[in-house]
Every structure is written in structure tokens, then in C-alpha cells.
Design a protein around this ligand. Structure first.
Ligand code: FPP
Length: 254
């Protein structure tokens, strides 16, 4: 409704003019990194250029997350649906983890970052698996930020896997039907090593979840921005965190 817009704008401005507090930071931030293709198109560049620049953004956001001592950052890098893209684009995206990790792995090690993944890792090209596995192994004893890449990830596939795992446990009489509860489902999801995201960010102006962490975002705060992922820098990230801090999380209470 038109008469609400000035109020919303004023509220957003006030929120953003506030400084970031080091208390009440989200522990786990999940990001749908969107808009690489449009960013490139806007500049008359091939889509690959957008993905390459998107990698630079990842470095900026990881550095900020380390500085702020966040517990976990989950980045949606490749969905189960992204295989539908042209072969050349998929091949390019699959080379990015090794490019990223070749130049950045030592910094991740030095910054106590733990690299993890969610998704069906086994279907990725071997060279991609190898690069990611090396970074997982080399950061396994780190205790700082969990940098979790969703690679060949789809939330419905994840839920299906969890359901099948539970059904097998029931069939084998390892558990009874009455043992099935939310905690058990959490343990069976790919994200069993993480708390649920406190904040979910999506860049590029799209306002949908695209099969990302559907179970886990039940009580997350959502932040949508028109900024394309390659332009989403530390300041944009801090802006999202400030907006998060202005929200009242009630978890269904009052
Ligand atoms: C969405 O933009 C972006 C992707 C599907 C790929 C994102 C991948 C990276 C940024 C690199 C991953 C790197 C590592 C280290 C795992 P889009 O192509 O959908 O943009 P569009 O909606 O504007 O076309």
C-alpha cells in the first residue's frame, strides 16, 4: 500500500544509520549469492566474469565474518538445479573452488577457519572434489569460523536423505517411531554440525529461497537486497547485520 512506503523507508534509514553492535551478532549467517550473471551482463562481460568477481566477494565476506568472530557462514555456491545451466558455465563454476583455494587456503588456515560442505559431494567433478577435500583436511583442526559451502545442495534432497535414513533406522529396529523428533531430524540433515542460521541473506533482488535450507530457516531472519553478489562488500554485509540487530526475534512467542 502506497501510504506505507515513506514509513518503511524512514525505518530502514534509521536502522542503517545505527552502528553495528558487537553484541547480538548472528552466530550463523547463510547467504544465497545471486546476481553474478546480471552483474556481468550490465558491464557487457561474459557470465564467467561475474562468477570470478563473486569469488572476490566471498573473500571479503569471510574476512569480515572472521573479524566479527561469527561461528558459521554457509554459502550457496551450487544448487542441485544449477546443473541445468550451459555445460561451459557449469564447468567454469566447478573450477572456481580450486582457483579460490589455491590463492586463499593459507589465509583460511592462518585465520583458524574450518572449511566444510553440505550437498552431494560425490557428484562433483573429481578435480573439484579434490580441491575442496584438501581444504577440508587442511583446516580440520581449526576451531574458528565454519566456512560451509553448499555444493550440489538441494534442501528437498537433503530432507529425503534424512527421511530415508530414519526409515532405515526404524526398519532395522534401531529406533522406534516415537523416537522421531526434531532433534533426530536435525542430526540426520547435512547440517547436523551447525546451529540453524540466525540470518539468511539473498542478494540481487530475488525474493525466494530456491530450495536452500528449508527446514533450518524456520526461525531465521531474512534480509533481501537488490545489490548483485559481486558488489556485495563488507559495508553491505555490515548493513545486513545492523538490520538483523534491529529485528525482534520472538520464535512464535510475544
Ligand atoms: C548465482 O548468480 C551464482 C552462482 C550460481 C554461482 C556462485 C558461485 C560462486 C560465487 C563461486 C563459488 C566458489 C567457491 C569457492 C565454492 P547467477 O549466475 O544466478 O546470477 P544471475 O541470477 O544474475 O544470472
Amino acid at each position: 500500500m502506497a501510504f506505507r512506503i515513506p514509513f518503511l523507508k524512514r525505518k530502514l534509514k534509521t536502522e542503517i544509520n545505527t552502528e553495528l553492535s558487537l553484541e547480538n551478532l548472528p552466530k550463523h549467517v547463510a547467504i544465497i549469492m545471486d546476481g553474478n550473471g546480471r552483474w556481468a551482463k550490465q558491464r557487457g562481460l561474459p557470465r564467467a566474469a561475474g562468477h570470478k568477481e563473486g569469488m572476490t566477494t566471498i573473500k571479503k565476506i569471510v574476512s569480515k565474518a572472521v573479524e566479527l568472530n561469527l561461528e558459521a557462514l554457509t554459502l550457496y555456491a551450487f544448487s542441485t538445479e544449477n546443473w541445468k545451466r550451459p555445460k561451459t558455465e557449469v564447468e567454469y563454476i566447478m573450477k572456481l573452488p580450486s582457483q579460490f583455494l589455491d590463492t586463499y587456503l593459507q589465509e583460511l588456515v592462518d585465520n583458524n577457519v574450518q572449511v566444510r560442505t553440505i550437498g552431494d559431494f560425490s557428484k562433483l567433478p573429481e578435480h573439484t572434489q579434490k580441491a575442496v577435500q584438501t581444504s577440508i583436511d587442511r583446516t580440520a583442526s581449526n576451531t574458528g569460523l565454519i566456512l560451509n559451502f553448499a555444493l550440489n545442495y538441494g534442501s528437498r534432497a537433503e530432507m529425503l536423505d534424512a527421511l530415508k535414513g530414519i526409515a532405515h533406522d526404524v526398519e532395522a529396529k534401531r529406533i522406534a517411531i516415537d523416537d522421531i523428533n526434531e532433534e533426530l531430524i536435525n542430526q540426520k540433515l547435512y547440517t547436523h554440525f551447525l546451529n540453524d542460521p540466525d540470518l539468511l541473506i539473498r542478494t540481487s533482488g530475488e525474493v525466494r529461497l530456491s530450495n536452500f535450507l528449508l527446514w533450518q530457516v524456520a526461525y531465521s531472519e531474512f534480509y533481501f537486497t537488490d545489490v548483485y553478489w559481486p558488489d556485495f562488500d563488507e559495508n553491505e554485509f555490515v548493513k545486513a547485520l545492523i538490520v538483523y540487530q534491529s529485528r525482534k526475534r520472538r520464535y512464535g512467542g510475544i
